[in-house]
Design a protein around this ligand. Structure first.
Ligand code: DGY
Length: 323
């Protein structure tokens, strides 16, 4: 008998196909991902041993308490896990796993795309063309800011932050970073470490956010942090919207303190703060930084590998809690 799995989120056809082969799988048909109530109902009625979901589902303590006792493992198809109460899962002895490592390059590609588009006004130029162009653009009009050779501060120098640093070096940028710990030289590769985040900010022409969400980083980018950046800085966020005080960001973008921002993530998703949609100096994407075909397959496969390991009584590959 194949183990019983509830696939609570919409994912790629390759991941669905593999889930069907290896598991007795209930595949949520959509539209949209399952709600917590739907997941609990589906897991209970099928006595599922495994649940597969992504960050659209908030598994807080109450949701975890409501899961049937049959559930032994929950796998999120995401590297971030601020949507899961890991302590509650540990208390219920439900293994929880994420998908680190497989999405670093595509997420950093997307961050660099946002950085370049924000600095060089990519979305605005595209709009000019779609509106027909047909007028002279003066040498002094619609100017962006230079990227090459500038200083970039990276908040959170984990795998994705380091992938962003590699891309920035390709643009001859000077890399500064802040994280909880200084990296060993083989990972630092000459980047300047700032133990104090606020001390780094006045040196950042660009600030790219790659730190995890959650209570420890909530509103780390607040009015004070933004005021410490050089005038005309550019901010990029592909991590979590919770890191930013969005009122302060909106004020910095409309006052001219920031030249521009590239935002993939928001405090509320999908119903994000529509004030940002009215700003020409913001480039927006819908929490989709890892979304290449290859990476989304790899993330789903990694989640299935984690589930298979736990249900075969092997250690999870990417456990969120350990004894
Ligand atoms: C991640 O992997 O954490 C992405 O943000 C998608 O949720």
């Amino acid at each position: 008998m194949k183990p019983r799995l509830v696939l609570a989120c919409l994912t790629t056809s390759a991941v669905v196909a593999r889930a069907r082969v290896e598991f007795d799988a209930f595949i949520h048909p959509g539209p949209g991902d399952m709600t917590v109530a739907e997941l609990i109902r589906a897991a209970a009625s099928r006595q599922a041993q495994a649940i597969l979901f992504t960050n659209t589902l908030s598994l807080d303590a109450a949701a975890i308490a409501a899961l049937p006792t049959s559930v032994r493992v929950g796998a999120t198809i995401s590297v971030g896990f601020d949507h899961i109460d890991v302590e509650a899962a540990c208390g219920r002895r439900i293994a929880m796993t994420n998908t680190p490592g497989v999405l670093d390059e595509c997420t950093a590609d997307h961050a660099m795309m946002l950085l370049l588009a924000a600095a060089r006004r990519g979305a605005e130029y595209d709009r000019v063309m779609r509106q027909g162009w047909r007028y002279r653009i003066g040498q002094g009009e619609l100017l962006g800011v230079r990227v090459t050779g500038k200083r970039i501060g990276i908040l959170g120098m984990g795998r994705i932050g380091r992938a962003m640093a590699r891309r920035a070096r390709g643009f001859d940028m000077q890399v500064l970073y802040h994280g909880r710990r200084r990296l060993p030289p083989e990972h630092e590769l000459g980047a300047a470490y700032y133990a104090d985040f606020h001390q780094m900010l006045p040196h950042c022409d660009f600030l790219s956010i790659h730190a995890p969400g959650g209570a420890g980083t909530d509103k780390m980018i607040d009015g004070r942090a933004l005021s410490l950046l050089p005038d005309g800085a550019v901010l990029v966020n592909v991590a979590r919207g919770s890191l930013i005080d969005e009122d302060a960001l909106f004020a910095a973008l409309t006052s001219g303190k920031l030249f521009a921002a590239g935002l993939d993530v928001f405090r509320r998703e999908p119903d994000y703060d529509l004030r940002f949609a009215d700003l020409d100096n913001v480039v927006l994407s819908p929490h989709i930084a890892s979304a290449s075909r290859e990476t989304r397959d790899a993330m789903g496969f990694r989640a299935l590998d984690n589930i298979a390991a736990v249900l075969a009584d092997r250690p999870a590959i990417d456990p969120l809690w350990k004894d």
